[in-house]
Design a binder for this molecule. Structure first.
Ligand code: KG4
Ligand code: ZN
Length: 341
């Protein structure tokens, strides 16, 4: 089955063609970063306007690259949640119109589940693809989720952030210090030239009881932005030192919760997804964990893309599921709420 995937939940306008859930025939991502950079963050109205301008061309390019035409597409998969409402609507309406006009099914999928599916795509003949069950680490600009995954759509949330997402902390720190945009990638790069011991930032006290797998980033963000002087260990420091010390603590917070979850579940395979999964320090620290197998998607599948949407969409379609034409987008994530005992 050849599925066209559409993804417009934030600032990437993306279309891809994937066969049978894992063979990527094309994967086009048109980034809006240059248009939002001057504001140091995504401007929702601007994002949806750009999606409207670009979605047709991006989809056409995905089909051309796959050497296919509309008659070859058997179904459409599209992100319907979570994300910026106006941006989601562009992709969702485009996907509905495409499917309706071709008389083929379409399926609306969850963006976060798709991020966790990304490592199941075939990217070269040797890439390691995880089998279920595994422990999922979903880290993006809006979410931080530690979960047990028993299937592509069977997720048990073990821990989440109780305030800010990890990606948001990267973005806000970079914005405050004018490091550049987008914040996560910039801090990752700067940190390589910095001393991660220049500051000792506090860790949240969240590792006990019901919060054993939860994380928190508002304290760290506040410490880096408002209380730098209190935590400095070196008298002379650079912006790179701030970036490295912040990044080290941000990753430490994730690792503590994740390793607790691994220990308690006995799961030894960890699969990371979402934009922050591109972070080189996080990748290195996880790769160095003894007794754990950590699988990351390749860098081009960590951030938002439509191949992961078409890939996961195939599995719903194979079960005979399809979405109704009156389905609406949702800015919020659903099914990812942690149940406290
Ligand atoms: O998954 P994603 O592309 O979009 C959302 O669904 O949110 O994630 C975007 C987030 C942003 O917060 C961005 O700063 C962060 O991923 N990010 C990184 C890196 N690359 C992107 N964070 C840390 N290190 C990176 N290399
Ligand atoms: Zn994303």
């Amino acid at each position: 089955m050849t599925v066209l995937g559409i993804e417009t939940s934030c600032d990437e306008c993306a279309a891809a063609v994937v066969r049978d859930g894992d063979k990527i025939l094309s994967n086009i991502v048109a980034t809006q970063i240059p248009f939002h950079a001057q504001w140091n963050g995504v401007v929702p109205e601007l994002a949806s306007r750009k999606h409207i301008e670009w979605i047709y061309t991006v989809t056409k390019e995905a089909m051309d690259k796959a050497n296919l035409n509309v008659n070859d597409i058997n179904a459409v998969a599209v992100t319907s949640q979570p994300g910026l409402f106006g941006s989601l609507l562009v992709g969702l309406c485009f996907a509905k119109a495409f499917a309706w006009s071709r008389n083929i099914p379409y399926i609306a999928v969850d963006h976060m589940l798709a991020h966790l599916y990304a490592p199941r795509l075939i990217t070269d003949s040797t890439n390691e693809r995880p089998n279920y069950p595994f422990l999922g680490l979903l880290v993006s600009g809006g979410h931080t989720i530690i979960c047990r995954a028993d299937d592509f759509d069977d997720i048990t949330v073990m821990g989440t952030t109780i305030d800010d997402a990890v990606g948001e902390a990267f973005d806000k720190v970079a914005k405050y210090y004018n490091f550049g945009y987008p914040g996560g990638a910039v801090i990752d790069k700067m940190a390589r030239a910095g001393n991660s011991g220049a500051f000792r930032f506090p860790m949240p006290s969240l590792h006990k009881g019901d919060h054993r797998y939860d994380v928190s980033y508002s304290g760290l963000k506040n410490a880096v932005i408002n209380q730098l002087d209190i935590f400095k260990k070196e008298q002379v420091f650079t912006n790179e030192d701030i970036a490295a010390s912040f990044q080290k603590t941000a990753v430490e917070i994730l690792l503590r919760a994740l390793l607790n979850a691994a220990e308690d579940t006995g799961l030894t395979t960890i699969v990371a997804g979402g934009g922050v999964a591109a972070n080189s320090y996080l990748r290195a620290r996880l790769a160095a964990q003894p007794n754990l197998r950590c699988i990351f998607p390749p860098l081009n599948l960590c951030g938002d893309n439509a191949a992961m949407i078409a890939g996961i969409g195939y599995h719903y379609l194979k079960r005979g599921e399809k979405s109704p034409l009156n389905l609406i987008a949702s800015s919020r994530v659903s099914g990812f709420k942690k149940k406290y005992p």
